[in-house]
Structure formats: C-alpha cells, structure tokens
Design a protein around this ligand. Structure first.
Ligand SMILES: O=C(O)[C@@H](O)[C@H](O)[C@H](O)CO
Ligand SMILES: [Mg+2]
Length: 403
C-alpha cells in the first residue's frame, strides 16, 4: 500500500491563478489535485500548507474515504468553500494516485463509462446581439452542440457575462475588484431579443444556455423564464442568489424553463433542499469546490433520485486538473447532464499537459492511468501568482448589488 511521504503546493498564473496540490507516495507515485478558489486562492493554499499537509504524511494513499472523513469531521469547522476546496484537492490527488497504481483511468474506478462522452457547452460572449451570434455560429461550426449566450446590455458598461465594445472584462488584469453598474430593467429587455435572434440564426438543433449570475429577484427571474420559453433554452443558470432557496419555488410556479444552480455550492447540504423539492433541473456543484469526487458522487446520487442531472461548473478559473476530474466523473455517473467547457489559454494547457480531448461537441477524459493530467513545474514557475478578483456591481443609485 503506497504511503504519503510528501505533499506540496504549486501556485501559478498562466492567464489565471491556479493552486495545485501534488502528493507523493513512498513508491514514487504522485497525484495532482486542484485547489483553486477564484479570488481567494491563497486562503486555500494556507489551509492546505499550514493545516492539512502535516496530517497527510504517513497515511495510506488508498484510504480515500477515511482520509476524506478525517479531514471533514476532524476539522470541527465543517463545510465552507475554503475547507471543501482544500479537501477536494486532497481527494482528487488520491484518486489520481489510485488510478496510476491500478493502471486505470479514474472513470474506470468509478464504475466505467456510462456513455460515449460528455456533452459540453461553450461560451459565446459578445458586445452586441450580432456579435454574440457570430461567435455562436463559429462555435457551432467547431462542433459544439450547446452554447451559452451572453451579450452586452445597451446603456450598461461591461461586467462579468455582459461585455461592451472596447470594455471587455478581463479578470486577470484587475488588481482590485472592478466596479460596474447594473440595471435589471435594461438586462431583461435584451436577453429575450438575443434568444429570438439566436434561434433565427442557429435553428433548433443546438442547445442554448444563459447565466444570470445571481442578479435577479424571484419574480424577475420568473419573468425571464417565461420570456425565454418560446426559444426553449436548455437552462437558465443562477437566476437568483441561492441562499434563499424557497425563491426557486416561486420561479417554478411561473415557468417551465429549466433551472440550473450550484456552482458556488460546496456541500450536499447546500443542494439537498433544492433537489428534494424538485426546485432545480441541473446541479452545478463541481469537483473542486464541493469536496472532490468522493463528495460530488454523493450529491449526484441524491440528485439522481429526483431526475436532477449534473451540469458541472467548468470556467477557466478551474484548472485542467478539475476539468479532467469532471470528465471522469461525468462519463461514469448515471445522471450526467452537460459539462461546461471554457477552453484554457495555450499557456495554461502547456503548464498542465493532459489527455482529455474534444470531439464533435463531446469531451472524453482519455485512458491514461489516473486523472491523465500532469504539471510542468519549471514552466509553472515562470508565471508567478498575481492577485485577481471578480468584479462587483452596483445599481444605478450606487447600491451594492452583486458580482
Ligand atoms: O458559469 C460560469 O462560468 C461563470 O459564472 C463563472 O463561474 C465565473 O467566472 C466564476 O467562475
Ligand atoms: Mg455561472
């Protein structure tokens, strides 16, 4: 049985910041785990370095469940994004090690392929409706079967998910959070126009998605869901802030547009009420922020009882290690729905050589043992950490609203 002899962190910024945990065993096997918590990266790095790594040394790497329970229950302070991201990093690295020792890709350890590949959706972000649709057409021609549409809002400056000409939002350049102005009224006028134009231009054979980024009230979200119904969106995401989960009942009473929630969830307890009350259709919890494969599997199993499917978060602030883990997971579970795919920069792909691949709108994790991702540490060192944040938004009168 391989024993853990060392564990260390690699922090690199080849476009965005990534925190990676590398665990090494006495037989020489190494495993990688993603520990990236966008905008709060160093908090997780410290949690691992100062508190978790000392507890790992000498443990049997194959005892994944026991180590998970030890880190979760032993912390006393259960749940929370920092804790659960740190546990996720350890968990991913241990599955990677188990796969390498067994000579099997992780999806085989999870039960084997339940489908041929994972359908992914990409992003079409534009400054205008025309611009967004031109990007969407390009992505469809690349083979994507599902596309998330976000466009600039006339009269508003750009913010995350809403771009304006000459003001494209660049998170990695912001040393402090940038501030933008938000207007729900203006936003709610443009999204149905975008979807109408998109169906006109793209037809009905491609799935269309939209992310609201938690910026609406329940009745506004209900209105948006109804307005989009004629265009059959695959989902609207994060329609309202999910702290108030009963809000989704109100949205549901008004619209059959499918709802996706959960990229900021870190525990099955965040998702339980929404799933058991059938208030959502897709759960977006991810490997990296929801306690790793060990815990995400529990969330997906609960969701499966209620025909809620997965739609895991996959933005570029989740590292290629998470992308690989998500694909092993998605390939093997019964209730996979869709996986987000925002391609990383070439620099990031070079730092994290990997075996996953995109073909014909689907992704596959590949058949290399373990997760199938490595890290080029010398190259990683050439991209030092740079503090970076998501933006914040205020209403036109200055009230702080959302990110
Ligand atoms: O659904 C998405 O891809 C966005 O909401 C991203 O999650 C955001 O950049 C934080 O990672
Ligand atoms: Mg989102």
């Amino acid at each position: 049985m391989p024993k853990i002899v060392s564990a260390r962190l690699i922090v690199t910024s080849p476009g965005r910041n990534f925190v990676t945990l590398k665990i090494q065993c006495d037989d020489g096997t190494t495993g990688l785990g993603d520990a990236t918590l966008n905008g709060r990266e160093m908090a997780v790095a410290s949690y691992l370095q100062d508190h978790v790594i000392p507890c790992l040394i000498g443990r049997e790497a194959h005892r994944i469940e026991d180590i998970w329970q030890y880190l979760y229950k032993g912390a006393y302070w259960r749940r929370g994004p920092v804790t659960m991201t740190a546990i996720a990093a350890v968990d991913m690295a241990l599955w990677d090690i188990k796969g390498k020792v067994a000579g099997l890709p992780v999806y085989q350890l999870l039960g084997g392929a339940a489908r041929e590949g994972c359908m992914v959706y990409c992003h079409a972000n534009g400054t205008s409706i025309e611009d967004t649709i031109a990007t969407a057409i390009r992505h469809r021609d690349e083979g994507y079967r599902a596309i998330r549409l976000q466009c600039g809002v006339p009269g508003l400056a750009s913010t995350y998910g809403v771009a304006k000409a000459g003001q494209r939002y660049e998170p990695a350049d912001a040393d402090l959070p940038s501030e933008s102005v938000w207007s729900t009224e203006k936003y709610l006028r443009v999204v149905p126009e975008l979807f109408a134009a998109a169906r006109e231009a793209l037809g009905w054979d491609v799935h269309l998605l939209h992310d609201v980024h938690h910026r609406l009230t329940p009745i506004e979200a209900a209105r948006l869901g109804k307005d989009l119904e004629p265009y059959r969106p695959f989902w609207i995401e994060d329609a309202t802030p999910a702290e108030d989960q009963e809000a989704f009942r109100l949205i549901r009473q008004h619209t059959t547009t499918p709802l996706a929630v959960g990229e900021i969830f870190n525990s099955i307890w965040d998702a339980k009420h929404l799933i058991e009350n059938r208030l959502i259709d897709y759960i977006r919890a991810t490997v990296v922020h929801a306690g790793g494969l060990t815990h995400l599997r529990q969330i997906a199993s609960l969701a499966d009882l209620y025909q809620v499917r997965t739609g895991c978060h996959g933005a570029t602030d989740l590292s290629p290690v998470t992308m690989a883990a998500a694909l092993h997971f998605g390939l093997s579970i019964p209730n996979f729905g869709i996986q987000e795919h925002m391609p990383h920069t070439d620099e990031t792909d070079a730092v994290f050589p990997h075996h996953y691949r995109f073909e014909d709108g689907m992704m596959h994790p590949g058949d290399a043992p373990g997760l199938g991702v490595e890290i080029d540490e010398a190259l990683a060192e050439t991209y030092p950490y740079k503090r970076a944040y998501l933006p914040v938004n205020r209403l036109e009168d200055g009230t702080l609203w959302s990110w």
